[in-house]
Each structure stands twice: as structure tokens, then as C-alpha cells.
Design a protein around this ligand. Structure first.
Ligand SMILES: [Zn+2]
Length: 338
């Protein structure tokens, strides 16, 4: 069982580094339990579900980063058929009430970001729209029964110079997709690259059927009743080469990012990740996601994804960023005040 003991106060990056020792490569969790930072009134609550999975909550307003709970083993993804493990999804997602979620953000259509989404939106988040690319919609095709719930990102795309168009969910949540790019997994090689151009009629049966398509990051604004930004969250679910994945500079000048969710896993395949994103987003706080090995069951003790020197990433981040940084164990809850 995971501990939900309250961790009062906060852990700095230095504490995280010293707690995890100086061993390169396979670090364990940096922080777990409940992390409180700042005044509790109208705080943003962020719960880490593993891989790209997050629950972002501001009062009753809820947005999900698409989780993966099925976690097929490495050999299965290479050689065998894989599919969503609905029992495991229900067991894991059922620990939380996400019935009020209005959107599930899918940054690209690889299996670790999309395979579990149909079950999640059918069973656990019945109101939620799926925010993703044409490849996301075509991969969900006619077999899933949820492709008509996709809100396409393509007409809304923003980048450093282009404002883009917010996708609005009621009067208190808006989402801006940011044109991004999927970094290689290793040695310049990106697995499962391509796009799905026609709706699939059958459920994908192999990891390689889940092509990435357009990769996007997102800005999510939680708004106060007067329309001002209460919390601005940046969320990426893949490492990218800057300036791909940047937010519009004009928007950040008006309101910098309050919480940036960054991926450390394959940062060494590109240049200036994370440094360029700290400069572009000017975040107050940074959370690291998609850092752990997702080829093992969700309940196993967490360890970092193979081939990633997470400590090196954290050192580079610490050299350019003085704010709070956390690398959460699965299940960690952050209460982040303004
Ligand atoms: Zn991917």
C-alpha cells in the first residue's frame, strides 16, 4: 500500500537529490504523500497517476492528463498483442472521483497516452471531452465508441509567436494546445512514428498500431469568477526540442505559468530541455511526470525509466531554476496555493 501520510512543508530539489543519493540512473521516488505549498485557500490540487496521468482540480473544476494503468510489459510491447486492462483501470481510477472532469488531455497517440482513455471516459469521466489530434480521433476510430468525444487541437494550435485559440470548457476552464514534437526514445530513433489518416475500424492490437501523430503540449487556465487566471498550468507528455512546445510569449508576459509539468525521460535526445522551457514559461513551480518505468505494474515500487539519467536532468534543472521542484511517487497529491 502506498503511504498517504502528510508530508508537511515541502521538499526542495536539493533535498530530493540528497535523498536519492548520487547514483546515476535508477532513482526511486523523490516525494510522496501530500505536499502542501502556499496558502490552502483556492489552491490547485494536482494528483500524479503515473506516466502522463494527472488529476488537476481547482474547486469543482477538474481536468485530467491521460493516465496509463494497463502497463504492458516491455516484451509484450515488442512482440505480443497489447490492450487496455479494464479491471486494472477500474481498480486504479476508481480510487478517485473524476466524474466531474470536463477534459482529458492527450498530447500524442502512443499507447501509453491513449490506450486506457476509452475506458476512463466511458466508465469514470462520463462528461469529459478528449482533447487531441486528428490521429487521436482516427486511432479511436469506430471501434472505441468515443471518437465523437474528441475535440481536435489542430484548429487551435499556438506556438511561441502564434496566439492560437483557447478551447473553453464552461466559464472557468480553458485549454490551449501548443504545437510540439516528440523527441526520439533513444539514439535518435522514435518508436511508432506516423499518423492515422482514416478512422480505424478495429481496436489496435500492437504497440506499433498506436502512432504518435501530431504531438502537442497544453496550457490549462483555471479561472476565477471574474475571469482572471487563478492557476495557469503547463503540461507536456513528451520531451520536445525547443522551441516546439513553447507557449506564446505574449501570453506568458501577461501571466507566467504557475505550475509546469515537465517530462525528464528522454531529455538527452534534444538540446536545452529543460532550460529553454524554464525561460519560455517562467514557472513558479515544476512537477516532473512520466519519469518512472511503466513496463511494470502500477503498484510495484517505482523506479526510473530505463536509459534515463533523471539525476542529471534534475541537476540541469536546478542550475537554471530556483523555485520548488518535485518528482512524485505515483499517488502523490500536491496542494499548491497561489
Ligand atoms: Zn510517446
Amino acid at each position: 500500500m502506498r503511504s498517504f501520510a502528510r508530508v508537511l512543508g515541502t521538499l526542495s530539489l536539493a533535498a530530493v537529490l540528497s535523498a536519492s543519493g548520487c547514483i546515476a540512473g535508477r532513482v526511486g521516488p523523490g516525494v510522496e504523500g501530500v505536499v502542501l505549498s502556499g496558502p490552502p485557500e483556492r489552491a490547485l490540487r494536482a494528483t500524479y497517476l503515473g506516466t502522463g496521468g494527472w488529476i488537476l482540480e481547482h474547486g469543482d473544476d477538474v481536468v485530467l492528463g491521460a493516465p496509463l494503468f494497463s502497463n504492458p510489459a516491455f516484451l509484450e510491447t515488442g512482440l505480443l498483442a497489447i490492450r487496455a486492462d479494464t479491471l486494472e483501470i477500474d481498480r486504479q481510477m476508481g480510487r478517485y472521483d473524476v466524474s466531474g472532469a470536463v477534459a482529458v488531455l492527450v498530447g500524442h497517440a502512443h499507447y501509453d497516452h491513449l490506450m486506457d482513455v476509452p475506458r476512463i471516459v466511458q466508465r469514470h469521466a462520463p462528461r469529459a471531452r478528449i482533447v487531441g489530434s486528428e490521429t487521436v480521433r482516427n486511432t479511436l476510430g469506430t471501434w472505441s465508441g468515443v471518437a465523437d468525444r474528441v475535440d481536435l487541437v489542430e484548429p487551435h494550435l499556438a506556438d511561441a509567436e502564434t496566439e492560437g485559440r483557447w478551447i473553453e470548457y464552461g466559464s472557468r476552464i480553458r485549454v490551449l494546445p501548443l504545437r510540439s514534437w516528440h523527441a526520439p526514445h533513444f539514439d535518435g530513433l522514435t518508436l511508432y512514428r506516423g499518423s492515422a489518416d482514416v478512422p480505424r475500424r478495429e481496436e489496435p492490437s500492437r504497440a506499433g498500431d498506436w502512432l504518435d501523430g501530431l504531438t502537442v503540449a497544453f496550457l490549462v487556465d483555471f479561472l476565477d469568477p471574474d475571469g482572471s487566471v487563478a492557476h495557469r498550468v503547463y503540461i507536456q507528455d513528451a520531451v520536445t526540442q525547443a522551441p516546439w512546445g513553447f507557449a506564446p510569449e505574449a501570453l506568458i508576459a501577461e501571466h507566467p505559468v504557475d505550475v509546469a509539468i515537465l517530462v525528464p525521460a528522454t531529455f538527452d535526445q534534444v538540446d536545452w530541455h529543460p532550460e529553454a522551457f524554464i525561460e519560455n514559461l517562467q514557472p513558479r513551480r515544476v512537477l516532473l511526470g512520466h519519469w518512472e518505468d511503466f513496463f511494470i505494474p502500477v503498484d510495484r515500487p517505482t523506479r526510473s525509466v530505463v536509459l534515463a539519467d533523471i539525476e542529471h536532468f534534475e541537476q540541469r534543472l536546478g542550475a537554471v531554476f530556483e523555485g520548488e521542484v518535485w518528482r512524485p511517487e505515483i499517488g502523490t497529491v500536491f496542494e499548491l496555493g497561489r
